[in-house]
Design a protein around this ligand. Sequence first.
Ligand code: ATP
Length: 348
Amino acid sequence: MSFLTISHLEKSFGPNRVVKDFNLTVDQGEFISLLGPSGCGKTTVLRMVAGFESPSAGQITIDGADVVRLRPNQRNIGMVFQAYALFPNLTVAQNVGFGLKVKGAPTKEIAARVEEMLSLIGLSELGNRYPFQLSGGQQQRVALARALAPKPQVLLLDEPLSALDAKVRVSLRNEIRAIQRELGITTIFVTHDQEEALSMSDRVVVMHQGIADQVGTPFEIYNRPATRFVAGFVGTLNTLEAKVLDPAIGRVDVAGTEILLHRALTGSNATLGLRPEMVSLGQGAHDTGLQGTITDVDFLGSVIRLRADVGGQSIAFDTFNTTQSSPPRIGEKVVLGLNATDLLVIGD
Ligand code: ATP
């Protein structure tokens, strides 16, 4: 049973329609990411769920109750923002207990809950510090504890990791997910970082120009992108133009090599997508070999990213670094091995 539902949600600022017919159902305890480029409307969706922005049209229900007309403080939602937004004049413990104090909870109950929350985020020793005495990662953990302390029904996270450096981001990513799982709290997480979305989420909503282009598990989003935008935005993707020879069975020609896709196509041309990791140097056991000429060699450490020209089309692919053999040289003629089943047919 879905716990949070968003139906036909719309938002316009003046003539600018920034959220268009947005629909989503979230199960209790699910972790959902809204992923998309800057300006696609993901923060606006989150702010409408929180109650900071009112929809131009549409419905939002939490646990069966319509919340659209409720003020933010009536919605039982916890929120964490990109900028830490802690109260600078309050200690860590006072920050965490703030929501409960506003609700008029008894002092003893607040103290117990603050202790529980500080232990959950691993900062039990730092309750008496002030925010300026904490690192960025610690401040975001306190912000998370503050959001969770009043036991909200839904947790909303708006790019909470963006301001942190790379190492802290990755460890906090795991920590947030572990805490979310432990509490089983329904969560919506806004990010423009695909790695964050893919690694943390049960399901990802890829947004583009106010529309949810695709909703799916990380596996589905990456391996079966529904639109050209999703295919291009999530992961690295080579696009190959193919001539359709037999649309009924998907026989195509890519740079002079015939490939059988075993799926029906329409039209006389098709655009195919190919992930770099699906291509090998040399045909090996693959069913297809494309003739190419190496144009770029980037040594990245564990892998070498190569680029080859295949009949005027450029294909990026990776090969593992080994001490046994040296990478190909620019200008070298190579065969690119791939399997027809790994080619994606890219829609509109
Ligand atoms: P970012 O990652 O940059 O925050 P986003 O996907 O979260 O991007 P939103 O912040 O939801 O995007 O903004 C979507 C669009 O709505 C943008 O074009 C933005 O300029 C516009 N917008 C957002 N808030 C307002 C507002 N209060 N008044 C007018 N336009 C707004």
